[in-house]
Design a binder for this molecule. Structure first.
Ligand code: CS2
Ligand code: MG
Length: 402
Protein backbone atom coordinates (compact mmCIF):
# COMPACT_ATOMS: atom_id res chain seq x y z
CA UNK A 1 0.00 0.00 0.00
CA UNK A 2 1.30 3.50 -0.77
CA UNK A 3 0.35 7.00 0.37
CA UNK A 4 -0.89 8.82 -2.72
CA UNK A 5 -2.16 12.14 -1.34
CA UNK A 6 -2.27 14.12 1.90
CA UNK A 7 -3.77 17.50 2.60
CA UNK A 8 -4.76 19.80 5.44
CA UNK A 9 -8.33 20.80 6.25
CA UNK A 10 -8.75 23.95 8.35
CA UNK A 11 -12.23 24.72 9.65
CA UNK A 12 -13.96 26.39 12.56
CA UNK A 13 -17.21 24.67 13.67
CA UNK A 14 -17.42 26.63 16.92
CA UNK A 15 -13.61 26.78 17.20
CA UNK A 16 -10.60 26.26 14.91
CA UNK A 17 -9.41 22.77 13.99
CA UNK A 18 -6.61 21.59 11.69
CA UNK A 19 -6.96 18.07 10.29
CA UNK A 20 -4.63 16.08 8.06
CA UNK A 21 -6.23 13.61 5.65
CA UNK A 22 -3.99 10.92 4.13
CA UNK A 23 -5.14 8.82 1.16
CA UNK A 24 -3.66 5.57 -0.20
CA UNK A 25 -3.63 3.65 -3.48
CA UNK A 26 -5.89 0.98 -1.96
CA UNK A 27 -8.75 3.37 -1.19
CA UNK A 28 -8.14 3.62 2.58
CA UNK A 29 -7.71 7.05 4.12
CA UNK A 30 -6.77 8.21 7.60
CA UNK A 31 -7.28 11.36 9.68
CA UNK A 32 -4.90 13.08 12.07
CA UNK A 33 -5.57 16.09 14.32
CA UNK A 34 -3.00 18.90 13.96
CA UNK A 35 -4.72 21.57 16.07
CA UNK A 36 -2.47 23.81 18.16
CA UNK A 37 -4.72 26.37 19.85
CA UNK A 38 -3.73 29.90 18.80
CA UNK A 39 -0.98 28.74 16.39
CA UNK A 40 -3.05 26.63 13.97
CA UNK A 41 -1.61 27.99 10.72
CA UNK A 42 1.97 27.25 11.81
CA UNK A 43 1.21 23.53 11.98
CA UNK A 44 -0.86 23.62 8.77
CA UNK A 45 2.06 25.19 6.93
CA UNK A 46 4.63 22.83 8.49
CA UNK A 47 2.58 19.92 7.21
CA UNK A 48 1.75 21.26 3.76
CA UNK A 49 5.13 22.80 2.94
CA UNK A 50 7.54 20.41 4.63
CA UNK A 51 5.98 17.09 5.63
CA UNK A 52 3.43 16.08 2.98
CA UNK A 53 5.96 15.99 0.10
CA UNK A 54 8.09 13.55 2.13
CA UNK A 55 5.36 10.99 2.87
CA UNK A 56 3.88 10.58 -0.62
CA UNK A 57 4.80 7.12 -1.94
CA UNK A 58 5.58 5.69 1.49
CA UNK A 59 3.96 2.59 3.00
CA UNK A 60 1.45 3.79 5.63
CA UNK A 61 2.03 0.64 7.67
CA UNK A 62 5.56 1.84 8.46
CA UNK A 63 4.45 3.98 11.39
CA UNK A 64 7.72 3.61 13.31
CA UNK A 65 10.05 4.40 10.41
CA UNK A 66 7.92 7.32 9.23
CA UNK A 67 7.83 8.69 12.80
CA UNK A 68 11.63 8.49 13.06
CA UNK A 69 12.01 9.97 9.57
CA UNK A 70 9.86 13.00 10.48
CA UNK A 71 11.45 13.41 13.94
CA UNK A 72 15.13 12.83 13.25
CA UNK A 73 15.06 13.74 9.57
CA UNK A 74 13.92 17.33 10.25
CA UNK A 75 17.21 18.07 12.06
CA UNK A 76 15.37 20.84 13.96
CA UNK A 77 13.46 18.57 16.31
CA UNK A 78 10.82 18.78 19.05
CA UNK A 79 8.62 21.79 19.80
CA UNK A 80 4.80 22.00 19.78
CA UNK A 81 4.48 22.79 16.06
CA UNK A 82 6.77 19.99 14.91
CA UNK A 83 5.31 17.39 17.25
CA UNK A 84 1.70 18.30 16.39
CA UNK A 85 2.55 17.85 12.71
CA UNK A 86 4.24 14.51 13.36
CA UNK A 87 1.24 13.50 15.48
CA UNK A 88 -1.19 14.27 12.67
CA UNK A 89 0.70 12.00 10.26
CA UNK A 90 1.17 9.29 12.88
CA UNK A 91 -2.49 9.13 13.91
CA UNK A 92 -3.68 9.17 10.29
CA UNK A 93 -1.42 6.18 9.57
CA UNK A 94 -2.74 4.23 12.58
CA UNK A 95 -6.25 5.02 11.31
CA UNK A 96 -5.35 3.62 7.87
CA UNK A 97 -3.69 0.55 9.43
CA UNK A 98 -6.81 -0.25 11.46
CA UNK A 99 -9.11 0.22 8.50
CA UNK A 100 -6.91 -1.94 6.24
CA UNK A 101 -6.76 -4.70 8.88
CA UNK A 102 -10.46 -4.26 9.62
CA UNK A 103 -9.89 -3.76 13.33
CA UNK A 104 -10.21 -0.87 15.84
CA UNK A 105 -6.88 0.84 16.60
CA UNK A 106 -6.98 -0.31 20.25
CA UNK A 107 -6.37 -3.87 18.99
CA UNK A 108 -3.10 -2.64 17.47
CA UNK A 109 -2.07 -1.12 20.85
CA UNK A 110 -2.37 -4.32 22.86
CA UNK A 111 -6.12 -4.79 22.84
CA UNK A 112 -8.55 -3.85 25.61
CA UNK A 113 -7.06 -3.68 29.10
CA UNK A 114 -10.43 -2.53 30.52
CA UNK A 115 -14.05 -2.30 29.42
CA UNK A 116 -14.36 1.49 29.50
CA UNK A 117 -12.23 4.64 29.78
CA UNK A 118 -12.82 6.59 33.03
CA UNK A 119 -13.31 10.26 32.16
CA UNK A 120 -13.63 13.51 34.08
CA UNK A 121 -15.88 16.45 33.27
CA UNK A 122 -15.45 20.22 33.77
CA UNK A 123 -17.52 22.04 36.39
CA UNK A 124 -17.19 25.72 37.16
CA UNK A 125 -18.97 28.61 38.80
CA UNK A 126 -18.78 32.27 39.71
CA UNK A 127 -19.41 31.39 43.36
CA UNK A 128 -18.83 28.37 45.58
CA UNK A 129 -22.54 27.64 45.46
CA UNK A 130 -22.48 27.66 41.65
CA UNK A 131 -19.47 25.33 41.60
CA UNK A 132 -21.18 22.90 43.98
CA UNK A 133 -24.33 22.95 41.85
CA UNK A 134 -22.35 22.37 38.65
CA UNK A 135 -20.41 19.45 40.17
CA UNK A 136 -23.70 17.95 41.33
CA UNK A 137 -25.15 18.44 37.84
CA UNK A 138 -22.26 16.46 36.32
CA UNK A 139 -22.63 13.75 38.95
CA UNK A 140 -26.28 13.42 37.94
CA UNK A 141 -25.10 13.12 34.31
CA UNK A 142 -23.17 10.05 35.44
CA UNK A 143 -19.64 11.40 35.78
CA UNK A 144 -17.56 9.74 38.50
CA UNK A 145 -14.86 12.42 38.31
CA UNK A 146 -15.31 16.17 38.00
CA UNK A 147 -12.84 19.04 37.73
CA UNK A 148 -13.87 22.11 39.71
CA UNK A 149 -12.81 25.64 38.77
CA UNK A 150 -14.09 28.78 40.46
CA UNK A 151 -14.06 32.51 39.94
CA UNK A 152 -11.75 34.18 42.45
CA UNK A 153 -13.32 36.92 44.61
CA UNK A 154 -11.58 40.17 43.70
CA UNK A 155 -10.61 39.11 40.15
CA UNK A 156 -12.70 39.94 37.07
CA UNK A 157 -12.04 36.60 35.38
CA UNK A 158 -9.95 33.47 35.75
CA UNK A 159 -9.04 30.31 33.89
CA UNK A 160 -11.76 27.74 33.46
CA UNK A 161 -14.78 29.94 34.23
CA UNK A 162 -16.75 31.30 31.25
CA UNK A 163 -17.72 34.95 31.38
CA UNK A 164 -21.28 34.22 30.25
CA UNK A 165 -23.51 31.17 30.55
CA UNK A 166 -21.93 29.46 27.53
CA UNK A 167 -19.48 26.52 27.52
CA UNK A 168 -15.94 27.61 28.39
CA UNK A 169 -13.84 28.35 25.27
CA UNK A 170 -10.58 30.19 26.09
CA UNK A 171 -9.58 30.93 22.48
CA UNK A 172 -10.97 34.29 21.43
CA UNK A 173 -11.15 35.80 17.95
CA UNK A 174 -9.25 39.00 17.45
CA UNK A 175 -6.06 39.78 19.36
CA UNK A 176 -5.32 38.20 22.75
CA UNK A 177 -7.52 39.45 25.60
CA UNK A 178 -5.75 40.34 28.85
CA UNK A 179 -6.77 39.12 32.29
CA UNK A 180 -5.51 39.94 35.78
CA UNK A 181 -4.24 37.45 38.33
CA UNK A 182 -3.45 37.32 42.03
CA UNK A 183 -1.92 34.17 43.49
CA UNK A 184 -2.64 35.54 46.96
CA UNK A 185 -6.38 35.86 46.31
CA UNK A 186 -6.41 32.44 44.61
CA UNK A 187 -4.55 30.70 47.47
CA UNK A 188 -6.91 32.27 49.99
CA UNK A 189 -10.02 31.14 48.14
CA UNK A 190 -9.26 27.68 46.76
CA UNK A 191 -8.85 25.57 49.93
CA UNK A 192 -12.12 27.03 51.23
CA UNK A 193 -13.82 26.14 47.96
CA UNK A 194 -12.81 22.49 48.20
CA UNK A 195 -13.65 22.29 51.91
CA UNK A 196 -17.22 23.37 51.16
CA UNK A 197 -17.36 21.31 47.95
CA UNK A 198 -16.24 18.07 49.59
CA UNK A 199 -18.65 18.68 52.51
CA UNK A 200 -21.53 19.18 50.05
CA UNK A 201 -20.92 16.24 47.71
CA UNK A 202 -19.24 13.64 49.92
CA UNK A 203 -16.28 11.39 49.15
CA UNK A 204 -17.68 9.23 46.35
CA UNK A 205 -16.79 11.46 43.40
CA UNK A 206 -13.21 12.20 42.29
CA UNK A 207 -12.46 15.92 42.45
CA UNK A 208 -9.76 17.43 40.26
CA UNK A 209 -8.44 20.97 39.99
CA UNK A 210 -6.33 22.80 37.39
CA UNK A 211 -3.97 25.43 38.78
CA UNK A 212 -2.98 26.18 35.19
CA UNK A 213 0.74 26.91 35.64
CA UNK A 214 0.26 29.91 37.92
CA UNK A 215 2.07 29.30 41.19
CA UNK A 216 5.64 29.04 42.40
CA UNK A 217 6.71 25.66 43.75
CA UNK A 218 6.43 26.71 47.39
CA UNK A 219 3.00 28.28 46.77
CA UNK A 220 1.91 25.02 45.10
CA UNK A 221 3.30 23.09 48.06
CA UNK A 222 1.17 25.24 50.38
CA UNK A 223 -1.93 24.67 48.23
CA UNK A 224 -1.36 20.93 47.98
CA UNK A 225 -0.94 20.71 51.74
CA UNK A 226 -4.12 22.71 52.42
CA UNK A 227 -6.08 20.55 49.94
CA UNK A 228 -4.99 17.23 51.50
CA UNK A 229 -8.08 16.82 53.72
CA UNK A 230 -10.29 16.98 50.59
CA UNK A 231 -8.55 14.08 48.83
CA UNK A 232 -8.24 15.49 45.30
CA UNK A 233 -7.68 13.05 42.47
CA UNK A 234 -5.06 15.53 41.29
CA UNK A 235 -3.79 19.09 41.39
CA UNK A 236 -2.95 19.91 37.76
CA UNK A 237 -0.20 22.10 36.33
CA UNK A 238 0.68 23.63 39.72
CA UNK A 239 3.72 25.45 38.30
CA UNK A 240 5.19 26.14 34.85
CA UNK A 241 7.01 22.93 33.98
CA UNK A 242 10.15 24.09 32.22
CA UNK A 243 11.95 23.58 35.54
CA UNK A 244 11.08 19.94 36.14
CA UNK A 245 13.02 20.05 39.45
CA UNK A 246 10.52 22.63 40.75
CA UNK A 247 8.10 19.78 41.28
CA UNK A 248 10.50 18.25 43.84
CA UNK A 249 9.65 21.06 46.26
CA UNK A 250 5.93 20.34 45.88
CA UNK A 251 6.51 16.62 46.43
CA UNK A 252 8.46 17.25 49.64
CA UNK A 253 5.50 19.05 51.21
CA UNK A 254 2.29 17.36 50.15
CA UNK A 255 0.60 14.07 49.33
CA UNK A 256 -1.95 15.70 47.02
CA UNK A 257 -1.38 13.90 43.69
CA UNK A 258 0.13 16.03 40.92
CA UNK A 259 -0.60 15.98 37.18
CA UNK A 260 1.16 17.88 34.43
CA UNK A 261 2.14 17.67 30.79
CA UNK A 262 -0.60 18.98 28.51
CA UNK A 263 1.86 21.50 27.07
CA UNK A 264 4.63 18.89 26.71
CA UNK A 265 5.54 17.56 23.28
CA UNK A 266 8.07 14.81 23.89
CA UNK A 267 9.31 12.48 26.62
CA UNK A 268 12.23 14.84 27.21
CA UNK A 269 9.84 17.38 28.74
CA UNK A 270 8.83 14.85 31.38
CA UNK A 271 11.88 12.58 31.73
CA UNK A 272 13.00 13.86 35.14
CA UNK A 273 9.46 14.36 36.42
CA UNK A 274 8.66 10.71 35.77
CA UNK A 275 11.90 8.96 36.80
CA UNK A 276 11.98 10.96 40.08
CA UNK A 277 8.29 10.30 40.68
CA UNK A 278 7.69 14.03 41.12
CA UNK A 279 4.32 13.59 39.42
CA UNK A 280 1.53 11.01 39.55
CA UNK A 281 -0.13 11.57 36.15
CA UNK A 282 1.33 12.55 32.78
CA UNK A 283 -1.09 14.70 30.77
CA UNK A 284 0.58 14.59 27.35
CA UNK A 285 -1.95 14.27 24.53
CA UNK A 286 -1.93 12.33 21.26
CA UNK A 287 -2.10 15.52 19.17
CA UNK A 288 0.59 17.57 20.94
CA UNK A 289 3.17 14.86 21.66
CA UNK A 290 3.95 13.17 18.40
CA UNK A 291 0.96 10.87 18.12
CA UNK A 292 0.22 7.33 19.30
CA UNK A 293 3.67 6.00 18.38
CA UNK A 294 5.42 8.38 20.82
CA UNK A 295 2.72 8.54 23.47
CA UNK A 296 2.76 4.73 23.85
CA UNK A 297 6.49 4.93 24.57
CA UNK A 298 5.93 7.72 27.11
CA UNK A 299 3.26 5.63 28.86
CA UNK A 300 5.53 2.58 28.94
CA UNK A 301 8.39 4.65 30.43
CA UNK A 302 5.99 6.17 32.97
CA UNK A 303 4.71 2.72 33.96
CA UNK A 304 8.17 1.90 35.39
CA UNK A 305 7.73 4.73 37.95
CA UNK A 306 4.10 4.31 39.05
CA UNK A 307 3.08 7.26 36.88
CA UNK A 308 -0.26 6.91 35.12
CA UNK A 309 -1.75 8.61 32.08
CA UNK A 310 -4.21 11.50 32.39
CA UNK A 311 -4.41 12.75 28.82
CA UNK A 312 -5.47 16.28 28.00
CA UNK A 313 -8.89 16.36 26.34
CA UNK A 314 -10.11 19.96 26.05
CA UNK A 315 -12.31 21.10 23.17
CA UNK A 316 -9.29 22.51 21.30
CA UNK A 317 -8.25 18.90 20.71
CA UNK A 318 -10.55 17.70 17.93
CA UNK A 319 -12.79 14.61 17.95
CA UNK A 320 -10.00 12.90 15.96
CA UNK A 321 -7.77 13.24 19.03
CA UNK A 322 -10.63 12.25 21.35
CA UNK A 323 -11.12 9.07 19.33
CA UNK A 324 -7.39 8.28 19.33
CA UNK A 325 -7.17 9.04 23.06
CA UNK A 326 -9.95 6.54 23.80
CA UNK A 327 -8.30 3.78 21.74
CA UNK A 328 -5.08 4.56 23.62
CA UNK A 329 -6.84 4.82 27.00
CA UNK A 330 -8.69 1.51 26.72
CA UNK A 331 -5.48 -0.33 25.83
CA UNK A 332 -2.58 1.16 27.83
CA UNK A 333 -1.98 -0.64 31.13
CA UNK A 334 -1.04 2.37 33.31
CA UNK A 335 -4.11 4.36 32.34
CA UNK A 336 -5.26 6.89 34.91
CA UNK A 337 -8.07 9.05 33.59
CA UNK A 338 -9.10 10.86 30.41
CA UNK A 339 -10.30 14.46 30.25
CA UNK A 340 -13.70 14.84 28.56
CA UNK A 341 -14.79 18.32 27.57
CA UNK A 342 -17.69 17.61 25.17
CA UNK A 343 -17.41 19.29 21.77
CA UNK A 344 -20.15 21.54 20.40
CA UNK A 345 -22.93 20.19 18.18
CA UNK A 346 -21.34 21.87 15.13
CA UNK A 347 -17.99 20.24 15.86
CA UNK A 348 -19.57 16.81 16.30
CA UNK A 349 -21.47 17.25 13.02
CA UNK A 350 -18.23 18.02 11.14
CA UNK A 351 -16.45 15.10 12.87
CA UNK A 352 -18.94 12.22 13.11
CA UNK A 353 -17.56 9.52 15.41
CA UNK A 354 -18.20 6.12 16.99
CA UNK A 355 -17.11 6.97 20.54
CA UNK A 356 -19.70 7.36 23.28
CA UNK A 357 -20.21 8.25 26.94
CA UNK A 358 -22.07 6.19 29.54
CA UNK A 359 -22.17 6.33 33.32
CA UNK A 360 -18.78 7.96 33.83
CA UNK A 361 -16.89 6.02 31.16
CA UNK A 362 -16.25 6.50 27.46
CA UNK A 363 -15.96 3.85 24.79
CA UNK A 364 -14.04 4.17 21.49
CA UNK A 365 -16.44 1.95 19.59
CA UNK A 366 -15.41 -0.99 17.41
CA UNK A 367 -15.28 0.59 13.96
CA UNK A 368 -12.10 -0.27 12.03
CA UNK A 369 -9.42 2.36 12.57
CA UNK A 370 -10.27 5.27 14.85
CA UNK A 371 -14.01 5.41 14.10
CA UNK A 372 -14.06 9.14 13.31
CA UNK A 373 -14.62 10.97 10.04
CA UNK A 374 -14.46 14.48 8.59
CA UNK A 375 -17.42 15.89 6.67
CA UNK A 376 -15.45 18.11 4.32
CA UNK A 377 -18.45 19.71 2.62
CA UNK A 378 -19.98 20.67 5.98
CA UNK A 379 -16.58 21.88 7.20
CA UNK A 380 -16.58 24.44 4.37
CA UNK A 381 -19.46 26.23 6.10
CA UNK A 382 -17.14 27.05 9.02
CA UNK A 383 -14.13 28.96 7.69
CA UNK A 384 -11.07 29.45 9.88
CA UNK A 385 -10.84 32.69 11.87
CA UNK A 386 -7.63 33.51 13.71
CA UNK A 387 -8.05 33.22 17.46
CA UNK A 388 -5.73 33.58 20.44
CA UNK A 389 -5.50 32.30 23.96
CA UNK A 390 -5.60 35.08 26.58
CA UNK A 391 -2.60 36.85 28.08
CA UNK A 392 -2.38 37.03 31.89
CA UNK A 393 -0.88 39.76 34.06
CA UNK A 394 -0.47 40.12 37.81
CA UNK A 395 -2.32 43.00 39.48
CA UNK A 396 0.78 45.20 39.10
CA UNK A 397 0.84 44.51 35.34
CA UNK A 398 3.69 42.00 35.33
CA UNK A 399 3.10 39.46 32.57
CA UNK A 400 2.56 36.00 34.04
CA UNK A 401 1.41 32.54 32.94
CA UNK A 402 -2.13 32.19 31.68
C1 CS2 B 1 -6.84 23.14 30.21
C2 CS2 B 1 -7.10 23.48 28.79
O1 CS2 B 1 -8.22 21.27 29.80
C3 CS2 B 1 -7.29 21.72 30.50
O2 CS2 B 1 -6.75 21.11 31.42
O3 CS2 B 1 -5.56 23.34 30.66
O4 CS2 B 1 -8.38 24.01 28.74
C4 CS2 B 1 -6.17 24.49 28.18
O5 CS2 B 1 -6.32 25.73 28.83
C5 CS2 B 1 -6.48 24.63 26.71
O6 CS2 B 1 -6.41 23.36 26.13
C6 CS2 B 1 -5.51 25.57 26.03
O7 CS2 B 1 -5.75 25.59 24.64
MG1 MG C 1 -5.03 21.92 32.13
Amino acid sequence: MKITRAWVNICSPGRNFVTLKVETDEGFYGLGDATLNGREMAVASYLTEHVVPCIIGRDPFQTEDIWQYLYRGAYWRRGPVTMAAIAAVDVALWDIKGKALQTPVYNLLGGKSREGVLVYAHAHGNSTEEVIADVQKHMEMGYLAVRAQSAIPGLDSTYGVPKKAQPYEPAERGLPSESRWSSELYLRHTPRLFEKLRAAIGEDVHLLHDVHHRLTPIEAARLGKELEPFHLFWMEDPVPAELQEGFKIIREHTTTPVATGEVFHSIWDAHDLIRNQWIDYIRMSVVHSGGLTHLKKVADFASLYHVRTGCHGATDLSPVTMAAALHFGIAVHNFGIQEHMPHSAETNAVFPHAYSFKAGYMYPGDAPGLGVDLDESLAKKYPYQRAYLPINRRLDGTLTDW
